[in-house]
Design a protein around this ligand. Sequence first.
Ligand code: UDP
Ligand code: MG
Length: 325
Amino acid sequence: MLLSVIVPCFNEEGNIDLFYDETVKALGDLMPETELIFVNDGSRDGTVEKLRALCARAQYRVRVVSFSRNFGKEAALLAGLEHATGDFTSIIDADLQQNPSYIVEMMQILKDHPEYDAVAAYQEERRENFLISFIKKAFYKVMDSLTDVKIMQAASDFRLLRRPVVDAILSMPEKCRFSKGIFAWVGFETYYMPYEVEERASGTSKWNFWKLLTYAFDGIVAFSNKPLIMSSVVGFFIFCLSILYLIVIVVKTILWGDPVAGFPTLACLILMLSGIQLLGIGILGQYMAKNYTETKGRPVYIVKEELDSADSAQGPGAAMPGQDK
Ligand code: UDP
Ligand code: MG
């Protein structure tokens, strides 16, 4: 198989058919050598029925991996990569915000430039509300200063990867997966291609403020130990300050025989120090929680159903890989 296209889907019933039609149109000559892998991430709408119907009627190779529940986009991406058999693998959203015709451009770039191993699409202009855009910028600043991996801020998960890159990504066994960091961590030469995001064809975005915030924390914990070091440094700094303050109190008492005073000072100090302690414990807790998840070794996703239009039982429209119909 030349090209695998991974499409994570969560409640995308209105987009499946449209996405397939647009992709067939956009990929043109590439389609006979392409497999479309739809990963149904526990959708609660009619997505799975749409996918079953598509699998039965599809003119080109369509594979469906259905999860037993919603495991999140990261899990869907991993499942897609694990199932992909292509020499090239593309990741694209199901909502047509990312036009499939860019995949052809990406293929051309990799064909023309053997020195590049991957193409990542990035938005030159982001059409997002102020708060989300602010959080994203702040996150990438923090991420940049805390980790050794360099994540290009505007780059999306919309990518085309050569086989060695996919294999490198799959060689990372971690359960808590943060793809943006993983793409950067595995290295290889990435070509950044500008693209324009379109409006969602149907349905709504699955991201909200809190999801983005937890995603950001997950990313930092997954790729940096510096918060732990920072909490130790802050602890040490406060310890030094307390020694200085102790000296001040002893000297004051010796010189002026200061009577016991300073309840406000005491209250402030207790509040501040216990706050810092809780923060430190919280940071430690985050790493322990991740460690706990990793050591439990649970699978990242559970597959409930797999379909392949190439299986003979799938009806007259089924095409064998590489077969032009
Ligand atoms: N998605 C998924 N699992 C989830 C959330 C999202 O597979 O838990 C898929 C979704 O169906 C879409 C892609 O990930 O194909 C991007 O999601 P969305 O469009 O909501 O994100 P946005 O474009 O707003 O960043
Ligand atoms: Mg979208």
